[in-house]
Design a protein around this ligand. Structure first.
Ligand code: IMP
Ligand code: MG
Length: 177
């Protein structure tokens, strides 16, 4: 275990199991729909990479960079960085690491619908329902986390720890460094 981690919420093995189930469910739901997986960078990366390996239907992959965070703090200002791919008439599956306030996903969803997407569903590895500030529920969710800040498997604290193969909580002292 990394020296900065105090506890593990989701082990590597547990994550593998969860991601496999999600991929299989999406494969059934989106059979013959050729969905467009749209990952929100950078938190989506390990999750989306593993998710699509468990999907066995025709599909496309795209990414968009958005940000709303500063350290552990959600600023509420959702910023799109760079181009948004063409989603016209597409069944889009938004992929992100965690749904917290919901503001990021809601802003992206609204934008995609305005751009002519046929449908937009939301697939997140984790849901933190206690953090929610807007009315949005994920269509596909791997697990629930309580109101604590987690890192690993895409989730970062100041751009670190995204590479951990598990999801866990940082020691208090890391925040005071
Ligand atoms: P929100 O739903 O608009 O608040 O934004 C969700 C985004 O906030 C996620 O994609 C993460 O980048 C970030 N986030 C929320 N909770 C956590 C956490 O516990 N650890 C790391 N990042 C988080
Ligand atoms: Mg993120």
């Amino acid at each position: 275990m990394h020296q900065d981690i105090i506890k593990i919420n989701y082990s590597k093995e547990k994550i593998e199991q969860i991601v496999k189930c999600l991929g299989e469910k999406i494969s059934i739901d989106y059979k013959d729909k050729n969905p467009l997986f749209l990952g929100l960078l950078k938190g989506c990366l390990p999750f989306m990479t593993d998710l699509v390996k468990n999907v066995d239907i025709y599909c496309n992959l795209e990414y968009v960079k958005v940000s709303s965070y500063d350290g552990t703090h959600s600023t509420g200002n959702v910023e799109f960085k760079g181009e948004i791919p063409n989603v016209n008439n597409r069944d889009v599956i938004l992929v992100d690491d965690i749904l917290d306030t919901g503001r990021t996903i809601q802003a992206v969803k609204t934008k995609l619908m305005a751009m002519g997407a046929k449908s937009v569903s939301v697939c997140v590895l984790l849901d933190k329902p206690t953090g929610r500030l807007v009315d949005i529920k994920p269509d596909y969710v791997g697990g629930i986390v309580p109101n604590e800040f987690v890192v690993g498997y895409g989730l970062d604290y100041n751009e670190h720890y995204r590479n951990l193969p598990y999801i866990g909580v940082l020691k208090d002292e890391v925040y005071s460094k």
